[in-house]
Write a protein that binds this ligand. Sequence first.
Ligand SMILES: Nc1ncnc2c1ncn2[C@@H]1O[C@H](COP(=O)(O)OP(=O)(O)O)[C@@H](O)[C@H]1O
Ligand SMILES: [Mg+2]
Length: 244
Amino acid sequence: MTPVLETRGLSKRFGGVVAVDGLSLTVGQGEIRGLIGPNGSGKTTTVNLLSGLYRADAGEIVVRGERTERLRPHEIAARGVGRTFQVPKLFGNMTVLENVLVPALAAIDRGTERPLPEVLERAGHLLEFVTLQPLRDALAKELSGGQAMLAQIARAFMVRPLHLLLMDEPFAGVHPTIRAVIIESVLRMNREEGVTALVVSHEMPELRRLCSRVSVMHEGTLIAEGTLDEVANDARVLEAYLGR
Ligand SMILES: Nc1ncnc2c1ncn2[C@@H]1O[C@H](COP(=O)(O)OP(=O)(O)O)[C@@H](O)[C@H]1O
Ligand SMILES: [Mg+2]
């Protein structure tokens, strides 16, 4: 089966810093893959390349068989790639519901919109799902960090059809109750709608519940892949984390 995501030789430098250095990564259909690695290993840069926020200096990104490394963020979203940001990016002076409706508005611009009643029903359902229904009319700037993460997740799920969800540190600084909601939401979307996910995180208990396999980055490249237990015992991984 064609992988949902494949990168080959993906590279990005910032001045003298090579943030991503020839990364080749493959994520199969229906997988929830963890992406781990020490601070500064290039995880966020990778997510920014995959979502089109950064332009790669070299290499290829293939989403469901289509090259995307030259596309802009909205063109990548239109191909079914949604994302969340570590520091939530929402329109602060818009309500939670309005933020969640943004992907549906973008679809109008592309001429691929769905009927309004269906869009509103889906948004209501997703807000329910991430426990934000009581806050649907609150302004996004009034949300806690964890609630804002949930709103970003509901917004990503409004991308239709969503094929690949990219999450950058969704659990960082988030209360355990909300962590559980995040895990349940991703597992459910994976089960019910076949959404594939790439989750950048350091939180081992959460990754264990979400992912069967993780990929480990160090200095911009992939140094190991396997179950959490496998990579935790990998000599190169230990070396990368201990900084020897
Ligand atoms: N916008 C940027 N400008 C300059 N350097 C950056 C930028 N983004 C990341 N870097 C550098 O690239 C490297 C990888 O960073 P990053 O992708 O944020 O790592 P991680 O998410 O794994 O902690 C680091 O050395 C970081 O300082
Ligand atoms: Mg990061």
